[in-house]
Design a protein around this ligand. Structure first.
Ligand code: FES
Length: 155
């Protein structure tokens, strides 16, 4: 279910906690599993729970609590456009409209080629760079349609 290198990553996370607190490594272990598979199926969550040594329901609880976990297949790159107040005042609606037109997908959707999933996000704490978007783990700020095009061309 996970290659040896990913299991070693999980072991490193487990080593940060005392044996009776192994479940504290669950968020990191699920993130590692998601990095490998792109999303967390019930089978993957059950496997991770087994590695940690907790009941599968514990992995499910963590995975459904944090929005960073995907419970269904998504595109290879996740684009999250902030539409909260600072970004809204500085034109996030235009950025969303540009992305929807360019990618031919509505918010919440995944492009036909499976490359991008487009989402709306609440404040991502980069208000000074509004409007902004996050793609995977990178932030892109002070966006214009032209800047969005430049970013996407490099992916
Ligand atoms: S409102 Fe968009 S990053 Fe804060």
């Amino acid at each position: 279910m996970l290659p040896a290198a990913r299991l070693r990553e999980i072991e490193r996370e487990l080593a940060k906690y005392p044996p009776e607190q192994r479940q504290s490594a669950l968020p990191a272990a699920l993130r590692i599993a998601q990095d490998e598979h792109g999303w967390l199926s019930a089978e993957v969550m059950e496997f991770v729970a087994g590695v940690i040594g907790v009941p599968p329901v514990r992995a499910h609880e963590v995975a459904t609590f944090y929005s960073m976990f995907e419970l269904a297949p998504v595109g290879r790159h996740k684009i999250s456009v902030c539409t909260n107040i600072s970004c809204m005042l500085r034109g996030s609606a235009g950025i969303v409209a540009h992305l929807e037109k360019k990618l031919k997908v509505k918010l919440g959707g995944t492009t036909a080629d499976g490359k991008f999933t487009l989402r709306e996000a609440e404040c991502l704490a980069a208000c000074a760079g509004a409007p902004m978007m996050q793609i995977d783990r990178e932030y892109y700020e002070n966006l214009t349609p032209e800047r969005v095009d430049e970013v996407l061309e490099k992916l």
